[in-house]
Design a protein around this ligand. Structure first.
Ligand SMILES: *[C@@H]1O[C@H](CO)[C@@H](O)[C@H](O)[C@H]1NC(C)=O
Length: 105
C-alpha cells in the first residue's frame, strides 16, 4: 500500500521518469484517474487481453519499445480504437474503449 502511494505521488510529479524506470518493453501503466492519479499499477507484458477500458482506465502508458492496441469491445478483437499507442501514452481524454492488449517491439 505504501509503495502504491509513493508511485502515485511520483507519477504525478514525473510520469516520464517513473515510466522510464519501472517498466520493461511491453509493460503498461494504468491509473483509474486522469493525469496518472488515483489507483495506478503496472501490468507486465503478456498475451492476455485486458478486459479493462474506460471509464475504469483513465490513464494508460505503455513502456518504451512496446505498444498497446485499444479495442472497442471487451474481447480484444474487432474494431480498434487506437491501433498503436506508444510511450508515454495518454493521461487524459482517452477515447472510449473496452479492452486492450500490449506487445513489445
Ligand atoms: C489533467 O492535467 C491537465 C493538464 O495539466 C489539466 O488541464 C486537467 O484539468 C487535469 N485533469 C484532472 C482531472 O486533474
Amino acid at each position: 500500500m505504501k509503495s502504491l502511494t509513493l508511485l502515485a505521488t511520483f507519477a504525478t510529479a514525473s510520469p516520464v521518469y517513473i515510466l522510464a524506470k519501472r517498466g520493461e518493453p511491453g509493460d503498461v501503466q494504468t491509473c483509474n484517474e486522469p493525469n496518472w492519479s488515483g489507483n495506478c499499477g503496472w501490468i507486465p507484458l503478456s498475451d492476455h487481453c485486458h478486459i479493462n477500458g474506460t471509464p475504469g482506465v483513465q490513464s494508460l502508458g505503455p513502456e518504451r519499445n512496446g505498444y498497446c492496441t485499444l479495442y472497442a469491445n471487451s474481447n480484444c478483437d474487432g474494431a480498434e480504437v487506437i491501433s498503436e499507442m506508444r510511450f508515454p501514452g495518454k493521461e487524459n481524454d482517452l477515447p472510449e474503449f473496452g479492452s486492450f492488449k500490449c506487445w513489445k517491439d
